[in-house]
Ligand binder design. Sequence first.
Ligand SMILES: NC(=O)c1ccc[n+]([C@@H]2O[C@H](COP(=O)([O-])OP(=O)(O)OC[C@H]3O[C@@H](n4cnc5c(N)ncnc54)[C@H](OP(=O)(O)O)[C@@H]3O)[C@@H](O)[C@H]2O)c1
Length: 300
Amino acid sequence: MRVLVAGREGQVARALVARLVPDGHVVTALEPPELDLTDRAGIAAVVERAAPDLVVNAAAYTAVDRAEDQPDLAQAVNCTGAAWLAEAAAARGAPFVHFSTDYVFDGLKGAPYAETDAPNPAGVYGATKEAGERAVLAANPRSAVIRTAWVCSPDGANFVKTMLRLAKEREEIRVVADQHGAPTFAADLADAVARMAPRLLAAKAGDEAFGLFHLSGTPHTTWHGFTAEILKQAARRGHPAPRLVAITTDEYPTKARRPPDGRLNCGKILRVHGVAAADWRVSLGRCLDVLVGPVKENER
Ligand SMILES: NC(=O)c1ccc[n+]([C@@H]2O[C@H](COP(=O)([O-])OP(=O)(O)OC[C@H]3O[C@@H](n4cnc5c(N)ncnc54)[C@H](OP(=O)(O)O)[C@@H]3O)[C@@H](O)[C@H]2O)c1
C-alpha cells in the first residue's frame, strides 16, 4: 500500500511511519515546505506525485491556546487545508483518514460522548476542528474521521514529557483533577489506522467504514490521575517522584477553555472496525521505556 501522510515530525505522523513501514508499506510523510496545507495547488501536486492508495492527515494547527489569537491560521490548516487534502485524495480515488478532537464538545454532557452527540466547541481550536470534520467528509465521502484526545508519544511536545521535566525540577506538582478524559498514545492511533486500512481501501462511499469515529485510550481518568500514573511508572524507572497535589481548573487558568469532561465512547470503532481502545497505562509504560529507560531490576 502507498500511503501519503500529511505531517512528518508530529506525534501521530511519526507513529504512522513507525507502524506502517515495517509492514512493507511505502509511506511518504511530508510537512512544510514540501506539503503545506495552506497551499491548494501544492497539495494537489504532492498527491499526484505520491500516487497514494490511502491519504492520512496527521497535520494540524494544534496549539490550543495560541489558536485563540490566530483563528484564521487555525481555520486555514484545520478546516480549509484538510478539506483540500481530502479533495485531492478523492480525485485519485483514495480514501482519507483524518484526526479530530474531543474539544469539538463542550464537555457538559456528564457521560462519554458518542459520534451522534452534537458538537459545541468552547474554543477556536475546537471550532476549527469541528468545521474541518464536516469539510473533510463533504470533500471526500470515503473519509474516516477519528476524534481522539490527550495525545502523547515519545516524540514532540506533550503532557508526559512536561510532567517528566517538572518532576526533575520541582518538589511538588499541581495538576487539575476536575477535567475528565483519557490519554491516547500515538502508537495506538497508528495501529488503529493500520487495522482500518484494508477495509477503507475496499469499501465504497456510503459504507459504514467511513464517517465519524471516537478513539481514545482506556480507562477514563483526569489529568491528575494521568500524572499519578506517569510519576508512579517513571519512579519505577529511577525518575524523581515529587509530591502530587490536586487542583481545580479555576486554579490553573488557560486562554482557551477546555471541556471539563471530554470522555469519548469508543464503541463504534470497535463494532465497525474491530479496533478496541488500548489501555493507556500499558502504552505509557512503552513510552517511558523510551523516555526514561527500562524498569529497574528491583522494581519488576
Ligand atoms: N495532541 C493532542 O493532544 C491531540 C488531541 C486530540 C486530537 N489531536 C489531533 O490529532 C492529530 C495529530 O496531532 P499531533 O499531536 O500528532 O500533532 P502535532 O504533534 O502538533 O503535529 C502536527 C503537525 O502538523 C504540522 N503542521 C502544522 N501546520 C501545517 C501546515 N500548514 N501544513 C502541513 N503541516 C502542518 C506541524 O508542523 P510544525 O510543528 O512545523 O508546525 C506538525 O508536524 C491532529 O489532527 C490533532 O488535532 C491531537
